[in-house]
Design a binder for this molecule. Structure first.
Ligand SMILES: [Zn+2]
Length: 45
């Protein structure tokens, strides 16, 4: 999972593995477009 922060104020917006959405920051009221592609990291267990 990836933590998504507002680029304007640093407020944590959400955690996501993949995303293609727009989120309105509750703190600074800016709309942030978030695009996260699933990362092909190796699973280490
Ligand atoms: Zn913000």
């Amino acid at each position: 999972m990836q933590k998504v922060k507002c680029p304007y104020c640093g407020q944590t917006l959400l955690f996501a593995r993949t995303a293609d959405i727009e989120v309105k920051c509750q703190r600074c009221k800016k709309v942030i477009e978030i695009k996260i592609k699933e990362q092909s990291e190796p699973h280490v267990k």
